[in-house]
Write a protein of this length. Structure first.
Length: 375
């Protein structure tokens, strides 16, 4: 079966969609907004629902790491381990350290789980695309955390410099396995940049000097690790735990600054950049730095201005303000859907469709002149 022709008004799904399976995500997104998507993620379902939370389980079972003892009076080591395995939303983030005597130079991570999940989901994606459920030309999107994210979140600060190189090598190995198994023309890879945004904004302590240069260089290196022919994008993130950011940006200056450094530094093509828009910011001042954004003509910009708290009207206000400084942007939410009630997802997807189709009147979501949508 042949689906409807793709429109020029684009929607971006950041990654997580809290449904039961990749199949449910592919079908729900395709039915609601398929003509607006260039890429579709698998929803990061199952153990990946909590973004990088499942990496704590990997560290718990790694022979070279141990849990840092709890500071909760009376809590036993087995209680702490049980709580980590339960992955409860109410439980504080666990901290791990290298066991005494471990040589960081010999540290290895055998399997992180990202490649296995991607290959399993791609099999369903390929089946759905062949049957016409997924639009022709749509790519399978794999969203990966930057190496710093799981390490900074779960490893004690003193051990971060020792652990980060080994974890990065393992994550790049998983990326290579994904790219080797999935045809380049079918694949899109997104780097989720969250901890680094907190470092740049001063919300998190910096584990390195020369913050702006170091962060930008690391993001460029990650992008250049994605083979040409595979679509490449970045999601710049301020988090959404409890539907709140870890810090509220004063405007888009830091986002634009990092995006410009990434775009200028890459030796391969950049295909998209996603930037969040807080729910209470529809003022032109927030969007004004977009005038200084320099992306290649071939790169799509997506603004995460869709919020179910104020729906279509709120998105229209934010679109109108953003359009004063930038044309040709697509839309999405500010982060993934993973912390939402699954029952809210159908309505949220329909809201994306309504926001995208309202662009006919605003003219802000069509691709720039000269661009040709992937068919």
């Amino acid at each position: 079966m042949i689906g409807p022709r793709r429109t020029n008004r684009l929607v971006h799904l950041v990654g997580s969609v809290p449904l039961n399976s990749a199949a449910e995500v592919f079908r729900a997104a395709s039915d609601a907004i398929g003509p607006h998507l260039k890429r579709i993620p698998d929803g990061e379902t199952g153990e990946r629902t909590g973004w990088v939370g499942f990496q704590a389980l990997m560290l718990l079972d790694h022979p070279d790491f141990e849990l840092v003892p709890s500071d909760v009076p009376g809590e036993r080591a087995e209680d702490l381990e049980r709580a980590v395995r339960a992955q409860g939303e109410e439980y504080r983030t666990p901290s791990f350290r290298l066991r005494e005597g471990v040589d960081p130079a010999q540290l290895e991570f055998i399997r992180l789980g990202y490649a296995a999940a991607a290959l399993a989901s791609y099999a369903t994606f390929a089946e759905f695309k062949a049957s016409g459920v997924i639009q022709p030309g749509t790519r399978f999107q794999v969203s990966l955390p930057t190496p710093l994210a799981p390490v900074a979140l779960f490893v004690t600060p003193a051990d971060i410099p020792a652990v980060l190189p080994a974890y990065q090598a393992a994550l790049l190995g998983e990326l290579a396995a994904i790219c080797a198994a999935i045809p380049a023309g079918e694949l899109a890879v997104q780097w989720d940049v969250a901890v680094e945004m907190g470092v740049l904004e001063g919300a998190f302590p910096a584990p390195f000097d020369n913050v702006e240069e170091t962060v930008a260089a690391a993001m460029v290196a990650l992008g250049d690790a994605v083979p040409s022919g595979v679509s490449l994008g970045y999601h710049l993130c301020y988090g959404d735990l409890g539907l709140h950011h870890f810090i509220e940006p004063r405007d888009m200056s830091v986002l634009v600054g990092l995006a410009n450094r990434i775009s200028a530094g890459l030796t391969r093509a950049l295909d998209w950049m996603h930037m969040p828009v807080p729910r209470d910011r529809d003022d032109p001042e927030y969007f004004a730095p977009l005038e200084r954004l320099h992306l290649a003509e071939t790169a799509d910009l997506f603004l995460g201005l869709v919020h179910d708290s104020d729906g279509l009207e709120g998105a229209r206000r934010r679109m109108a303000s953003a359009s004063k400084f930038r044309s040709g942007f697509g839309i999405g939410t500010e982060c993934g859907f993973g912390r939402r009630d699954p029952r809210s997802i159908p309505a949220l997807l329909r809201l994306h469709r309504d926001v995208a189709t309202t662009a006919d009147r605003l003219g802000s979501l069509a691709e720039p002149s000269g661009r040709q949508a992937e068919k």
